[in-house]
Every structure is written in C-alpha cells, then in structure tokens.
Design a protein around this ligand. Structure first.
Ligand code: HEM
Length: 128
C-alpha cells in the first residue's frame, strides 16, 4: 500500500472516516452550517465518491452523477473567502482527527484541496 496514488495509500476506510469527521465539523461550524442541508448524509456520500476519484481511485462520482462541474454546482451557495477558509479549517481538523492518514499523505491531500477551494469562492460577501 506504499506506492501508487494518494487514494491507494490512504485507502477507502480511512477516506470514509475522514469524510464523516469532516461533515460533523461542518455541521457545527457557524459559517458553513447555514449553507449546507440539515441532513448531510447525501452530501457526504457524494463527497466520498468525488474524493475517491480525485485522489486517483475509481471514478465513482463520474459514474453515478456525471461530470462534477464543481464551480457551477457551488454557485447557488454564497461562498466567501471566509467560508473557503472555514471549509479548509474543517478539513485540516478532520485530517488531524483521522490518525489512519499519515502526516505526509494528510499534507498532500490538504494542499490539493486548498488549490480547488480557492476556485469555489464566488462572492466577496460584501453587500452592494
Ligand atoms: C457540495 C460548500 C469546497 C466538493 C457542496 C454544497 C455546499 C458546498 C453548500 C451543497 C451540499 C448539498 O446540497 O448537498 C462548499 C464550500 C466550500 C466547498 C463553502 C469552500 C471552498 C469544495 C471543494 C470540493 C467540494 C474544495 C472538492 C474538492 C463538493 C462536492 C459536492 C459539494 C463533490 C457535492 C456536489 C453534488 O451535489 O453532486 N459544497 N464546498 N467542495 N462540494 Fe463543496
């Protein structure tokens, strides 16, 4: 389990644990909770499918839901720079809370998600 993709190194169980922990933290985040649905089970399922492919595993999200069009899918939600930071902070905390994921893999995963997160910002949050 040493070489290959980040997905190969992390494995499905640890990735599922990470996603579960992440949405527990999102649900109690004052900036994020209001824009997410009350029931996060479907969101978590889609995120797990997405991350599986994103990290080099089987393309589960594409198979079930088609092209993710992530930026377009996020447009209905006001994503400010502060919300992007909150999202990444929840991810960083979730990684720390998932000891099955080693430090180097955690760092690499976090860096990859940081690069995507900046593109989800779609408002500066200042009312015009
Ligand atoms: C869905 C917020 C970043 C991947 C969602 C939803 C919200 C949201 C509100 C809709 C939840 C639902 O209705 O089920 C945010 C915020 C972000 C962020 C505030 C901060 C930057 C990201 C990033 C990724 C991502 C970086 C990928 C690496 C997804 C996926 C879905 C999703 C795969 C499910 C799409 C679908 O409905 O099929 N996000 N997101 N998000 N997000 Fe994000």
């Amino acid at each position: 389990n040493a070489g290959g993709s980040l997905y190969d190194r992390i494995g499905p169980e640890a990735l599922a644990a990470l996603v579960t922990r992440f949405y527990t933290l999102v649900a109690s985040d004052p900036l994020l909770a209001p824009i997410f649905p009350q029931d996060l089970s479907v969101t978590a399922e889609k995120q797990l499918a997405f991350l599986t492919g994103f990290l080099g595993g089987p393309p589960l999200y594409h198979e079930r839901f088609g092209h993710p069009r992530l930026r377009a899918r996020h447009l209905p939600f006001p994503i400010t720079p502060a919300r992007a930071r909150a999202w990444l902070a929840c991810m960083q905390a979730a990684l720390r809370d998932t000891p099955q994921i080693g430090t180097d893999d955690a760092r690499e995963l976090y860096a990859a998600l940081s690069r995507v997160a900046v593109h989800m910002v779609n408002t500066d949050g200042v009312a015009s």
